[in-house]
Design a protein around this ligand. Sequence first.
Ligand SMILES: NC(=O)c1ccc[n+]([C@@H]2O[C@H](COP(=O)([O-])OP(=O)(O)OC[C@H]3O[C@@H](n4cnc5c(N)ncnc54)[C@H](O)[C@@H]3O)[C@@H](O)[C@H]2O)c1
Length: 306
Amino acid sequence: MLAIDLRGKRAFVAGVADDGGFGFAIAKALAEAGAKVSVGTWPPALGICTTMLERGKLDKSLELSSGDKLAFEKIYPLDADFDTEADIPAELRQSKRYRDLPDPSIQGVAERLRADFGEGGVDIVVHSLANGPEVKKPMLETSRKGYLAAIGVSAYSYISMVQRLAPLMPRGGAFLALTYMASERVIPGYGGGMSSAKAALESDTRTLSYEAGRRWGVRVNTISAGPYASRAASAIGFIHDMIAYCSANAPLTDELEAHEVGSTAAFLCSPLASAITGTTVYVDKGYHAMGMAVASVASPTERAAK
Ligand SMILES: NC(=O)c1ccc[n+]([C@@H]2O[C@H](COP(=O)([O-])OP(=O)(O)OC[C@H]3O[C@@H](n4cnc5c(N)ncnc54)[C@H](O)[C@@H]3O)[C@@H](O)[C@H]2O)c1
Protein backbone atom coordinates (compact mmCIF):
# COMPACT_ATOMS: atom_id res chain seq x y z
CA MET A 1 0.00 0.00 0.00
CA LEU A 2 1.33 3.44 -0.93
CA ALA A 3 0.50 5.71 1.99
CA ILE A 4 1.63 9.11 3.19
CA ASP A 5 3.85 8.14 6.10
CA LEU A 6 5.22 10.98 8.21
CA ARG A 7 5.96 8.91 11.30
CA GLY A 8 9.21 10.09 12.86
CA LYS A 9 8.92 13.51 11.22
CA ARG A 10 8.38 16.80 12.98
CA ALA A 11 6.51 19.76 11.48
CA PHE A 12 6.24 23.44 12.33
CA VAL A 13 3.09 25.09 10.97
CA ALA A 14 3.14 28.90 11.13
CA GLY A 15 -0.26 30.61 11.07
CA VAL A 16 -2.57 28.58 13.31
CA ALA A 17 -4.80 30.51 15.71
CA ASP A 18 -8.09 28.61 15.48
CA ASP A 19 -9.56 25.56 13.76
CA GLY A 20 -11.04 27.49 10.84
CA GLY A 21 -8.15 27.95 8.42
CA PHE A 22 -5.78 26.06 6.17
CA GLY A 23 -2.98 26.04 8.78
CA PHE A 24 -5.10 24.03 11.17
CA ALA A 25 -6.23 21.63 8.42
CA ILE A 26 -2.62 21.13 7.33
CA ALA A 27 -1.47 20.57 10.93
CA LYS A 28 -4.19 17.95 11.31
CA ALA A 29 -3.37 16.20 8.04
CA LEU A 30 0.32 16.07 8.96
CA ALA A 31 -0.64 14.56 12.33
CA GLU A 32 -2.97 12.06 10.62
CA ALA A 33 0.08 10.95 8.61
CA GLY A 34 2.03 10.47 11.85
CA ALA A 35 4.05 13.70 12.18
CA LYS A 36 4.55 15.54 15.44
CA VAL A 37 3.30 19.08 14.98
CA SER A 38 4.18 22.41 16.57
CA VAL A 39 2.48 25.63 15.56
CA GLY A 40 3.36 29.32 15.37
CA THR A 41 0.65 31.72 16.49
CA TRP A 42 0.45 35.48 16.02
CA PRO A 43 0.66 37.15 19.47
CA PRO A 44 -2.60 39.15 19.09
CA ALA A 45 -4.42 35.82 18.51
CA LEU A 46 -2.42 33.72 21.00
CA GLY A 47 -4.52 34.36 24.11
CA ILE A 48 -7.79 33.41 22.44
CA CYS A 49 -6.17 30.37 20.83
CA THR A 50 -4.73 28.96 24.06
CA THR A 51 -7.97 29.69 25.96
CA MET A 52 -9.98 27.81 23.31
CA LEU A 53 -7.56 24.87 23.57
CA GLU A 54 -7.64 24.85 27.39
CA ARG A 55 -11.42 25.02 27.50
CA GLY A 56 -11.77 22.14 25.04
CA LYS A 57 -13.49 24.31 22.42
CA LEU A 58 -11.33 22.79 19.68
CA ASP A 59 -11.56 19.19 20.91
CA LYS A 60 -13.93 18.04 18.20
CA SER A 61 -11.76 19.51 15.45
CA LEU A 62 -8.63 18.03 17.06
CA GLU A 63 -10.01 14.50 16.93
CA LEU A 64 -7.94 12.27 14.64
CA SER A 65 -9.35 9.33 12.69
CA SER A 66 -7.55 6.98 15.12
CA GLY A 67 -9.69 8.41 17.92
CA ASP A 68 -6.63 10.14 19.45
CA LYS A 69 -6.64 13.88 20.00
CA LEU A 70 -4.11 15.98 18.15
CA ALA A 71 -1.89 17.68 20.73
CA PHE A 72 0.50 20.33 19.47
CA GLU A 73 4.02 19.61 20.75
CA LYS A 74 4.65 23.34 21.19
CA ILE A 75 2.83 26.57 20.49
CA TYR A 76 5.35 29.28 19.66
CA PRO A 77 4.35 32.94 19.61
CA LEU A 78 5.35 34.16 16.15
CA ASP A 79 5.10 37.58 14.57
CA ALA A 80 6.25 37.04 11.00
CA ASP A 81 6.57 40.79 10.50
CA PHE A 82 9.90 40.66 12.33
CA ASP A 83 13.08 38.77 11.49
CA THR A 84 14.87 39.44 14.78
CA GLU A 85 13.88 40.72 18.20
CA ALA A 86 15.74 43.97 17.50
CA ASP A 87 13.32 44.65 14.62
CA ILE A 88 10.29 44.76 16.96
CA PRO A 89 9.48 48.36 17.88
CA ALA A 90 9.96 48.91 21.64
CA GLU A 91 6.38 50.11 22.02
CA LEU A 92 5.01 46.87 20.55
CA ARG A 93 7.48 44.63 22.46
CA GLN A 94 6.35 46.24 25.72
CA SER A 95 2.65 46.14 24.90
CA LYS A 96 0.24 43.87 26.78
CA ARG A 97 0.20 41.01 24.26
CA TYR A 98 3.96 40.91 23.66
CA ARG A 99 5.81 41.83 26.84
CA ASP A 100 5.66 38.44 28.62
CA LEU A 101 6.43 36.39 25.53
CA PRO A 102 9.75 34.90 24.51
CA ASP A 103 11.23 36.50 21.38
CA PRO A 104 8.40 36.09 18.80
CA SER A 105 10.50 37.05 15.76
CA ILE A 106 11.28 34.46 13.10
CA GLN A 107 14.85 34.23 14.44
CA GLY A 108 13.47 33.81 17.98
CA VAL A 109 11.29 30.89 16.90
CA ALA A 110 14.20 29.34 14.98
CA GLU A 111 16.33 29.47 18.13
CA ARG A 112 13.59 27.89 20.22
CA LEU A 113 13.07 25.12 17.66
CA ARG A 114 16.81 24.46 17.73
CA ALA A 115 16.84 24.41 21.54
CA ASP A 116 13.75 22.18 21.76
CA PHE A 117 14.47 19.71 18.97
CA GLY A 118 18.17 20.12 18.04
CA GLU A 119 19.91 20.20 14.67
CA GLY A 120 17.95 18.25 12.09
CA GLY A 121 14.97 18.22 14.43
CA VAL A 122 12.43 19.83 12.11
CA ASP A 123 11.54 18.15 8.80
CA ILE A 124 8.58 20.20 7.59
CA VAL A 125 7.86 23.94 7.73
CA VAL A 126 4.51 25.34 6.60
CA HIS A 127 3.88 29.05 6.06
CA SER A 128 0.12 29.55 6.30
CA LEU A 129 -0.16 33.21 7.11
CA ALA A 130 -0.85 36.49 5.42
CA ASN A 131 -1.80 39.99 6.40
CA GLY A 132 -2.57 43.04 4.33
CA PRO A 133 -3.63 46.01 6.43
CA GLU A 134 -5.17 47.70 3.38
CA VAL A 135 -6.60 44.55 1.75
CA LYS A 136 -9.99 46.23 1.36
CA LYS A 137 -8.50 49.13 -0.61
CA PRO A 138 -8.11 48.90 -4.39
CA MET A 139 -4.50 48.99 -5.56
CA LEU A 140 -5.07 52.50 -6.91
CA GLU A 141 -5.74 53.67 -3.35
CA THR A 142 -3.10 51.57 -1.59
CA SER A 143 -0.39 53.45 0.29
CA ARG A 144 3.29 52.56 0.04
CA LYS A 145 3.19 51.66 3.75
CA GLY A 146 0.23 49.31 3.34
CA TYR A 147 1.72 47.70 0.22
CA LEU A 148 5.09 47.10 1.85
CA ALA A 149 3.41 45.76 4.99
CA ALA A 150 1.44 43.22 2.92
CA ILE A 151 4.57 42.08 1.08
CA GLY A 152 6.65 42.01 4.28
CA VAL A 153 4.34 39.78 6.32
CA SER A 154 2.87 37.71 3.52
CA ALA A 155 5.86 37.13 1.24
CA TYR A 156 9.23 38.18 2.69
CA SER A 157 8.48 36.16 5.82
CA TYR A 158 8.73 32.98 3.71
CA ILE A 159 12.25 33.95 2.62
CA SER A 160 13.13 34.72 6.22
CA MET A 161 11.78 31.34 7.37
CA VAL A 162 13.77 29.46 4.75
CA GLN A 163 16.93 31.42 5.68
CA ARG A 164 16.54 30.69 9.37
CA LEU A 165 14.88 27.28 9.51
CA ALA A 166 16.45 25.38 6.60
CA PRO A 167 19.76 25.10 8.51
CA LEU A 168 17.82 23.22 11.22
CA MET A 169 16.38 20.71 8.77
CA PRO A 170 17.78 17.48 7.42
CA ARG A 171 18.27 17.01 3.67
CA GLY A 172 14.89 16.11 2.19
CA GLY A 173 13.10 18.63 4.43
CA ALA A 174 10.11 20.43 2.97
CA PHE A 175 8.80 24.00 3.00
CA LEU A 176 5.28 24.83 1.91
CA ALA A 177 3.39 28.15 1.69
CA LEU A 178 -0.19 29.06 0.77
CA THR A 179 -0.91 31.33 -2.15
CA TYR A 180 -3.90 32.52 -4.13
CA MET A 181 -4.48 33.01 -7.86
CA ALA A 182 -4.89 36.79 -7.41
CA SER A 183 -1.11 36.61 -8.02
CA GLU A 184 -1.70 35.96 -11.71
CA ARG A 185 -5.29 37.00 -12.53
CA VAL A 186 -7.31 40.03 -11.45
CA ILE A 187 -9.52 39.36 -8.45
CA PRO A 188 -11.45 42.62 -7.96
CA GLY A 189 -11.50 43.49 -4.26
CA TYR A 190 -8.38 41.52 -3.25
CA GLY A 191 -6.47 44.71 -2.70
CA GLY A 192 -3.88 46.49 -0.60
CA GLY A 193 -0.98 44.87 -2.45
CA MET A 194 -2.03 41.36 -1.41
CA SER A 195 -2.10 40.27 -5.05
CA SER A 196 1.48 41.54 -5.40
CA ALA A 197 2.46 39.72 -2.21
CA LYS A 198 1.13 36.44 -3.60
CA ALA A 199 2.94 37.03 -6.91
CA ALA A 200 6.17 37.61 -4.98
CA LEU A 201 5.54 34.52 -2.86
CA GLU A 202 5.19 32.31 -5.94
CA SER A 203 8.21 33.80 -7.68
CA ASP A 204 10.29 33.52 -4.52
CA THR A 205 9.24 29.88 -4.22
CA ARG A 206 10.99 29.15 -7.50
CA THR A 207 14.18 31.02 -6.58
CA LEU A 208 14.23 29.65 -3.03
CA SER A 209 13.76 26.12 -4.32
CA TYR A 210 16.94 26.49 -6.36
CA GLU A 211 19.04 28.24 -3.72
CA ALA A 212 17.85 26.22 -0.71
CA GLY A 213 17.82 22.99 -2.73
CA ARG A 214 21.46 23.46 -3.67
CA ARG A 215 22.55 24.63 -0.23
CA TRP A 216 20.55 22.41 2.14
CA GLY A 217 18.80 19.82 -0.03
CA VAL A 218 15.35 20.99 1.06
CA ARG A 219 12.26 21.46 -1.12
CA VAL A 220 10.20 24.67 -1.41
CA ASN A 221 6.65 24.66 -2.80
CA THR A 222 3.34 26.52 -2.60
CA ILE A 223 -0.29 25.48 -2.78
CA SER A 224 -2.60 27.87 -4.62
CA ALA A 225 -5.88 27.27 -2.81
CA GLY A 226 -9.37 28.18 -3.93
CA PRO A 227 -11.49 30.51 -1.82
CA TYR A 228 -12.42 29.25 1.64
CA ALA A 229 -14.19 31.09 4.47
CA SER A 230 -11.38 31.17 7.06
CA ARG A 231 -11.13 34.01 9.56
CA ALA A 232 -8.55 35.85 7.41
CA ALA A 233 -10.53 35.41 4.19
CA SER A 234 -13.77 36.49 5.83
CA ALA A 235 -12.06 39.78 6.73
CA ILE A 236 -11.76 40.62 3.03
CA GLY A 237 -15.53 41.04 3.04
CA PHE A 238 -16.89 39.06 0.08
CA ILE A 239 -15.52 35.54 0.57
CA HIS A 240 -18.98 33.96 0.21
CA ASP A 241 -19.37 35.60 -3.21
CA MET A 242 -15.95 34.25 -4.21
CA ILE A 243 -16.91 30.75 -3.10
CA ALA A 244 -20.24 30.90 -4.92
CA TYR A 245 -18.53 32.19 -8.08
CA CYS A 246 -16.02 29.33 -8.02
CA SER A 247 -18.73 26.74 -7.46
CA ALA A 248 -20.63 28.14 -10.42
CA ASN A 249 -17.62 28.28 -12.72
CA ALA A 250 -15.07 25.62 -11.71
CA PRO A 251 -14.84 22.17 -13.29
CA LEU A 252 -15.72 20.63 -9.91
CA THR A 253 -18.68 22.45 -8.44
CA ASP A 254 -18.66 21.37 -4.79
CA GLU A 255 -17.09 23.87 -2.39
CA LEU A 256 -13.44 23.47 -1.45
CA GLU A 257 -12.92 21.94 1.98
CA ALA A 258 -9.89 22.72 4.13
CA HIS A 259 -8.98 19.03 4.54
CA GLU A 260 -8.45 18.84 0.76
CA VAL A 261 -5.71 21.44 1.11
CA GLY A 262 -4.47 19.56 4.19
CA SER A 263 -4.07 16.24 2.41
CA THR A 264 -2.31 17.83 -0.59
CA ALA A 265 0.02 19.55 1.87
CA ALA A 266 0.75 16.26 3.63
CA PHE A 267 1.63 14.69 0.28
CA LEU A 268 3.84 17.61 -0.80
CA CYS A 269 5.70 17.52 2.53
CA SER A 270 6.16 13.75 2.41
CA PRO A 271 8.94 11.70 0.81
CA LEU A 272 6.38 10.72 -1.87
CA ALA A 273 6.90 14.22 -3.31
CA SER A 274 10.70 14.02 -3.12
CA ALA A 275 11.11 15.25 -6.70
CA ILE A 276 8.63 18.14 -6.45
CA THR A 277 10.11 21.54 -5.70
CA GLY A 278 9.77 25.11 -6.97
CA THR A 279 6.14 24.42 -7.83
CA THR A 280 2.74 25.96 -7.20
CA VAL A 281 0.11 23.24 -6.95
CA TYR A 282 -3.51 24.32 -7.48
CA VAL A 283 -6.01 22.96 -4.98
CA ASP A 284 -9.01 24.89 -6.24
CA LYS A 285 -11.45 22.43 -7.83
CA GLY A 286 -9.81 23.24 -11.16
CA TYR A 287 -10.98 26.84 -11.27
CA HIS A 288 -7.56 28.07 -12.48
CA ALA A 289 -7.97 26.14 -15.72
CA MET A 290 -11.05 28.04 -16.83
CA GLY A 291 -10.83 30.78 -19.43
CA MET A 292 -14.47 31.82 -19.55
CA ALA A 293 -17.20 32.13 -16.98
CA VAL A 294 -19.93 29.54 -17.42
CA ALA A 295 -22.41 30.97 -14.97
CA SER A 296 -23.40 33.92 -17.09
CA VAL A 297 -23.31 32.37 -20.56
CA ALA A 298 -24.10 28.95 -21.92
CA SER A 299 -21.00 26.83 -22.52
CA PRO A 300 -20.41 25.43 -26.04
CA THR A 301 -21.64 22.03 -24.83
CA GLU A 302 -24.76 23.57 -23.36
CA ARG A 303 -25.30 25.63 -26.53
CA ALA A 304 -24.89 22.51 -28.66
CA ALA A 305 -27.40 20.69 -26.45
CA LYS A 306 -30.04 23.36 -26.99
N1 LIG B 1 -8.98 31.33 2.73
C1 LIG B 1 -8.78 31.50 1.42
O1 LIG B 1 -9.71 31.71 0.63
C2 LIG B 1 -7.37 31.40 0.88
C3 LIG B 1 -7.18 31.11 -0.48
C4 LIG B 1 -5.88 30.99 -0.96
C5 LIG B 1 -4.80 31.16 -0.10
N2 LIG B 1 -5.03 31.45 1.22
C6 LIG B 1 -3.85 31.63 2.09
O2 LIG B 1 -3.85 30.65 3.10
C7 LIG B 1 -3.03 31.13 4.18
C8 LIG B 1 -3.79 30.89 5.48
O3 LIG B 1 -4.93 31.71 5.52
P1 LIG B 1 -6.37 31.19 5.91
O4 LIG B 1 -7.30 31.71 4.86
O5 LIG B 1 -6.35 29.76 6.19
O6 LIG B 1 -6.73 32.05 7.20
P2 LIG B 1 -6.33 31.93 8.73
O7 LIG B 1 -6.99 33.07 9.39
O8 LIG B 1 -6.60 30.57 9.26
O9 LIG B 1 -4.76 32.09 8.71
C9 LIG B 1 -4.05 33.31 8.65
C10 LIG B 1 -3.14 33.32 9.87
O10 LIG B 1 -2.18 34.35 9.72
C11 LIG B 1 -1.89 34.79 11.03
N3 LIG B 1 -1.14 36.05 10.96
C12 LIG B 1 -1.54 37.26 10.53
N4 LIG B 1 -0.53 38.14 10.65
C13 LIG B 1 0.53 37.46 11.18
C14 LIG B 1 1.85 37.82 11.55
N5 LIG B 1 2.31 39.08 11.42
N6 LIG B 1 2.65 36.87 12.08
C15 LIG B 1 2.22 35.60 12.24
N7 LIG B 1 0.98 35.20 11.89
C16 LIG B 1 0.15 36.13 11.36
C17 LIG B 1 -3.27 34.91 11.66
O11 LIG B 1 -3.22 34.99 13.06
C18 LIG B 1 -3.90 33.60 11.17
O12 LIG B 1 -3.66 32.57 12.10
C19 LIG B 1 -2.73 32.58 3.87
O13 LIG B 1 -1.47 32.70 3.28
C20 LIG B 1 -3.82 32.94 2.86
O14 LIG B 1 -3.48 34.03 2.04
C21 LIG B 1 -6.28 31.56 1.73
